[in-house]
Design a protein around this ligand. Sequence first.
Ligand code: AP5
Length: 232
Amino acid sequence: MAQETSRSIGPVILLGPPGAGKGTQAKRIEQHYHIPQISTGDILRQNVKTGTKLGRAAKAVMERGQLVPDELVCPMVAERLRDVDCERGFILDGFPRTAAQAGWLDAFLENEFFDKSNGCNRLPIVIRLDVDYNELLRRLTGRRSCPTCGRTYNVHLQPPKVDELCDVDGTKLIVREDDREEVIRERLNEFDQQTRPVADYYQAKGRLMTVNGDLPMDQVTAQIFCIIDNQV
Ligand code: AP5
């Protein structure tokens, strides 16, 4: 597939439960369309790792598998969206996650983003990845990542060539703190209670597109690229 470097793409929002493949697909969209992946989970984990004020406030909440309060997450996203690399568009992976965050984002785009950025005034393309519950558990319990390069593997579905070692740099792979079974249950519970209404919010605005996230990665990617290409 030809790569995109000049077309204005606008905001792309990936919705879906933990383990749906948002991060995996966001990286592929980033590579293909040359717009940045903005993962609120990654930014929060980085803040926890470096011990910032935000990270200290978020750490315990994340370890329980609950959502970090909107008043911490929204300013963090605003700061990132003001960066110049977002002007042609960006991919939100893990945001918005509450109806309040969705309302906040619409207001932010209207007041601060549209028309001030390189003519990029498209409404967000909202894509929900639907995945069967048991498949989500299998993906999350099998996930491993490389602490050096960030590459993700899955012991059931996409194992490294050498057991537990990164193919790229040989670093020992780690299990994410919140991929323990009791925390996974709480994350899925939070998704049901707080994040499902976000899809309803976009559905009511006629902006929600869904893809079958149960399919193999390349087929999911093909569905997503097709949606984006049809909308820009
Ligand atoms: P976050 O980092 O956003 O985690 P999440 O939403 O729980 O999503 P995951 O990263 O677990 O899954 P994913 O959908 O990206 O799947 P992946 O591509 O990795 O959030 C973590 C925490 O931060 C939250 O619990 C909360 O505390 C806090 N937080 C973050 N954002 C927040 C916000 N906006 N407000 C408040 N708090 C916030 O794939 C999973 C596995 O499946 C991988 O092993 C992958 O290789 C495999 N896989 C992917 N696709 C396929 C496929 N098609 N077929 C087979 N295997 C596949």
